[in-house]
Design a protein around this ligand. Structure first.
Ligand code: TYM
Length: 338
C-alpha cells in the first residue's frame, strides 16, 4: 500500500447475501494476490447495487457489511490495501457526471450488460441509473488513476469503455487520466452455471446452479454432484462439446491452484462420480473455513465500520485530488474560500 507502487482498483456489488464462486475465481482471488504488488483500492459498489431491484434499506446495509466481511475472509488485509464503500467517496459521482458528458448515447447503449439486463427487466423497469452504470464504473476506476483492473471476462467491455473515456478526456483537456488495463485471469475468467453450463454463474440464475461461498458445505457438495454434464464418461477439457465437465475442471484447477491439464490427467479414467466428489471436497475445503471467518468478522460490526472508515479516508485523499484536477481542466470556477 505505497503510492510508489502501480495502482489497482476493483469493485463488487453487494447485491446478494453471499458472493459466488465465479466472483471469487474471476476476481477476488486476483484482488488478494495483487494487494502486495500494487497500491490497491477495493470497493463495495453500493451505488451500483440500486440500479436494478434495489433491496430494502436494511438489507442493503446488511449485505454491504457482509460483503466487507467476505472480502476480508477471502484474504484482503486492510493493512495492505484500502477497502471502502463507493458511497463514502463523493468524488465517484462528481467525476461520473463529467464522464457522462463525454460519453455518446449510442456508445452507452451498446454495452451488452445493459442490453441483457434491460431485455430481462422490460423497458418500464429500466432506470437511467442502469443506463449510466458503466460510466460510474469508469469513474470508479479513473478517479484512482488505476493502472490495472482485476475483473472477470463479463466486465471486459466496461473496462474498454473506461479506456476510451480516459483517452477522450486526455486528448480534449490534456493528460489527466492513467489509461487502465483489464487484468482478467487466463483460466477462470468465466465460471459457468452448474445447471446451465453455457451461461455464466450469476446471482440472477436459479440457486441450484450457483455455488454461493456461504452455502452450507452439504448444499455445495449436492449442487456439484447434481451438476449437468454429458452422456460420455471421460473427464476431458472440451468446452464446446463438454461444457459441464470443462467448467468443473476449471473450478477444480482454480480452487487448488493447478493447471487444467494436470487435473485432467489426474482424473483420466476416473468416471464422473469420483471426479465430482473430488471437486466437491476441494470447494468445501475452501468454503467451510471461509464461512467461519465471515461469521467471526460479522460478530464485530464496529470493526467492519472501522475498516471502511480508514479505507474511505485513504480513498477520498486520492479521489478528491483527481476531481479538483478534472473540474479545473473542464473550466469550472475554483470554489472560493470565504
Ligand atoms: P459484479 O459485482 O457482478 O461481480 C464482481 C466480480 O466478479 C466477476 N464475476 C465473474 N467472474 C468469473 N465468472 C463468473 N461467473 C463471474 N461473475 C462475476 C465480475 O467480472 C467482477 O469482476 N460492474 C462490476 C462492479 C464494478 C466494478 C467497478 C468492477 C463497479 N465498479 C470498477 C471493477 C472496477 C460488477 O457488476 O461486478
Amino acid at each position: 500500500m505505497s503510492p510508489d507502487q502501480p495502482r489497482v482498483l476493483s469493485g463488487i456489488q453487494p447485491t446478494s447475501d453471499s458472493f459466488h464462486l465465479g466472483n471469487y475465481l474471476g476476481a477476488l482471488k486476483q484482488w488478494v494476490a495483487m494487494q502486495d504488488r500494487y497500491d490497491a483500492f477495493y470497493c463495495i459498489v453500493d451505488l451500483h447495487a440500486i440500479t436494478v431491484d434495489p433491496p430494502p434499506p436494511d438489507q442493503l446495509r446488511e449485505r454491504s457489511r457482509s460483503s466487507v466481511a467476505q472480502l476480508l475472509a477471502a484474504g484482503l488485509d486492510p493493512q495492505r490495501c484500502s477497502v471502502f464503500a463507493q458511497s463514502h467517496v463523493p468524488g465517484h459521482t462528481q467525476l461520473s457526471w463529467v464522464l457522462e458528458c463525454i460519453t455518446g448515447y449510442g456508445e452507452a447503449g451498446r454495452m451488452t450488460q445493459f442490453k441483457d439486463k434491460s431485455q430481462r427487466s422490460g423497458t418500464d423497469a429500466i432506470t437511467v441509473g442502469l443506463f449510466t452504470y458503466p460510466v460510474l464504473m469508469a469513474a470508479d476506476i479513473l478517479i484512482y488513476q488505476a493502472d490495472a483492473v482485476p475483473v472477470g471476462e463479463d466486465q471486459r467491455q466496461h473496462v474498454e469503455l473506461t479506456r476510451n473515456l480516459a483517452q477522450r478526456f486526455n486528448s480534449r483537456y490534456g493528460p489527466t487520466f492513467t489509461v487502465p488495463e483489464p487484468f482478467i485471469p487466463a483460466q477462470s475468467a468465466k465460471i459457468y452455471d452448474l445447471q446451465e453450463p453455457t451461461a455464466k454463474m450469476s446471482k440472477s440464475l436459479p440457486d441450484a446452479g450457483t455455488l454461493s461461498l456461504l452455502d452450507d458445505p452439504a448444499v455445495l457438495a449436492r449442487k456439484i454432484k447434481r451438476a449437468v454434464t454429458d452422456t460420455e464418461t471421460e473427464v476431458r477439457y472440451d468446452p464446446q462439446r463438454k461444457p459441464g465437465i470443462s467448467n468443473l475442471l476449471v473450478i477444480m484447477a482454480a480452487v487448488t491452484d493447478r493447471a487444467v491439464a494436470d487435473v485432467e490427467a489426474d482424473f483420466s479414467g476416473a468416471g464422473y462420480g469420483a471426479f465430482k466428489g473430488a471437486v466437491a471436497d476441494a470447494v468445501v475445503a475452501f468454503a467451510e473455513p471461509f464461512g467461519k471467518r465471515v461469521a467471526d468478522l460479522l460478530a464485530d460490526p464496529a470493526e467492519i465500520d472501522r475498516v471502511l472508515a480508514a479505507g474511505a479516508a485513504r480513498a477520498r485523499a486520492v479521489a478528491d485530488a483527481t476531481v479538483a484536477d478534472v473540474y479545473a481542466k473542464v473550466g469550472f470556477l475554483p470554489p472560493a474560500t470565504a
